[in-house]
Design a protein. Structure first.
Length: 284
């Protein structure tokens, strides 16, 4: 559900699953199973209340290293989780298996479900976390910064050439994104549309073949969840020489991490998408 910046502040808010949560404020002990949300919590000034994270929560450095890891995004060490004495566990529909979220709820944790799809859903996300954990003013500061960053990107709309892009997130098997994802909506801000145009699932397995590559103006190798690097781009060029010039590495954190990372992601994408940067083949 998309929320605009003019929406009134509310004392109680519903999460992405529709569950209405009562503000917990300073009494909350928070475990985040979503790397981008962990970063957001720190940026809201909640570092002292974060009592658990995943091994994939790597920002901000070095503060995040002081928080215990309770496992991965899809599998938990329940002993470590219980030892953290958490009150709230933050999950994400794409990253957290429903069975795990249900088990957390059954165990007595307050489970907060997130699911940004539109880029502007960051506004509701900021306000949800701010309202839940007593950081409403800090959340509004992020909303203001987000609106400025989005406006700056929109002001440069004339610079974005329409392109079809194949955004790769995995190999063996090859996987990409559907247009109904946060990543695709980020790319659409610079007039880039992901291919294939229609898919039955949000993160489909694909055949990296001539037909698909012919439909793409760019082939973007993301830095996560699979850590694509220069050698993968080189191997692609050898396997598909006709399309070698389309390949680029892209910093996935900048286009797939919602939350406060979007404040860096929007200008990153603006710079990445300029004709000069594309011609240079840079991912920075």
């Amino acid at each position: 559900m998309t929320e605009t910046a003019s929406a009134p502040e509310r004392a109680v808010r519903a999460d992405a699953s529709g569950v209405v949560h009562t503000p917990a404020g300073a009494a909350a002990r928070i475990v985040s199973l979503v790397p981008s949300i962990t970063e957001l919590l720190f940026d809201l000034g909640l570092g002292d209340q974060i009592v658990g994270r995943t091994a994939f929560c790597v920002h901000p450095v070095p503060q995040v290293k002081a928080v215990r890891s309770v496992g991965g995004t899809k599998a938990l060490n329940w002993d470590k989780l219980n030892a953290a004495r958490a009150t709230h566990v933050i999950v994400n529909i794409d990253e957290t298996p429903k069975e795990l979220a249900d088990a957390l709820s059954a165990a007595g944790y307050t489970v907060v479900v997130t699911h940004p799809v539109e880029v502007t859903d960051n506004i509701a996300l900021f306000r949800l976390m701010g309202a839940l954990f007593g950081r409403a003013a800090e959340a509004e500061a992020l909303v203001d910064a987000f609106n400025r960053a989005l406006a700056a990107l929109s002001d440069a709309a004339h610079a974005w050439h329409s392109r079809s892009v194949l955004y790769l997130i995995w190999r063996e098997p090859w996987m990409t994104i559907s247009r109904d994802t946060y990543i695709a909506r980020m790319l659409a801000l610079v007039n880039w549309l992901s291919v294939p145009a229609t898919t039955g699932v949000r993160y489909p397995v694909i055949d990296l073949d001539e037909a698909l590559l012919a439909a793409a103006d760019l082939v973007l190798f993301s830095s996560e969840p699979f850590p694509f690097g220069d050698r993968h781009v080189a191997a692609f060029g050898e396997a598909f020489p006709r399309h070698a010039a389309k390949a680029r590495l892209i910093d996935a954190e900048m286009v797939s991490w919602y939350g406060s990372r979007v404040l860096k992601g929007l200008p990153y994408l603006a710079a990445f998408a300029t004709p000069t940067a594309l011609a240079a083949g840079t991912d920075r």
